[in-house]
Write a new protein. Structure first.
Length: 155
């Protein structure tokens, strides 16, 4: 695994890659052992470049490989569906539950979002409560609002 801690306009992010792709984008510093292979180092370099471009307003989609091996069951279905929510768009928890094939599981979607290991690249910030507001976010409400403004989804 390869690891980097980067500063962004919203917070410091830990980015971790393995030989398959990116496996973590997390708020703050994760205490993970990281002695990367050449492949993991390459995935990490691509992710760092793409995240920098995103935060600078030059990128609207990510193309870095993602390690999806930890996605199982309902959580996996939700995270897979989440990747279809494109830049500048938002969905409600209910909408995402329906996209995942479980239209009555809106509350469970919130739990799945809270365990998303690849923030920003797998865009859990684009999921909003149906009653208004922006809802919760692992990086905090201010970070979620910043991301939504960056994407033109929030005034």
């Amino acid at each position: 695994m390869a690891k980097a801690l980067i500063d962004t306009p919203i917070a410091a992010l830990t980015v971790i890659a393995n030989d398959v792709g990116i496996c973590r984008v997390w708020f703050g510093d994760l205490d993970e052992d990281a002695s990367g292979t050449a492949v993991a180092d390459a995935h990490l370099a691509v992710a760092l470049t793409q995240l920098s471009e995103y935060f600078e307003g030059e990128r609207t989609a990510f193309s870095v490989p993602i390690d999806r091996s930890e996605r199982t069951g309902f959580r996996g279905e939700v995270l897979d569906a989440l990747e279809s929510v494109s830049f500048g768009h938002t969905v409600t928890y209910g909408d995402l539950a329906a996209r995942a094939g479980r239209p009555k599981a809106a509350r469970a979607v919130g739990t799945a979002m809270a365990t998303n290991p690849i923030a920003i690249i797998v865009p859990c910030h684009r999921v909003l409560p149906s009653g208004g507001g922006v809802g919760q976010f692992g990086g905090g409400v201010r970070a979620k609002e910043w991301l939504l403004r960056r994407e033109g989804s929030l005034d």
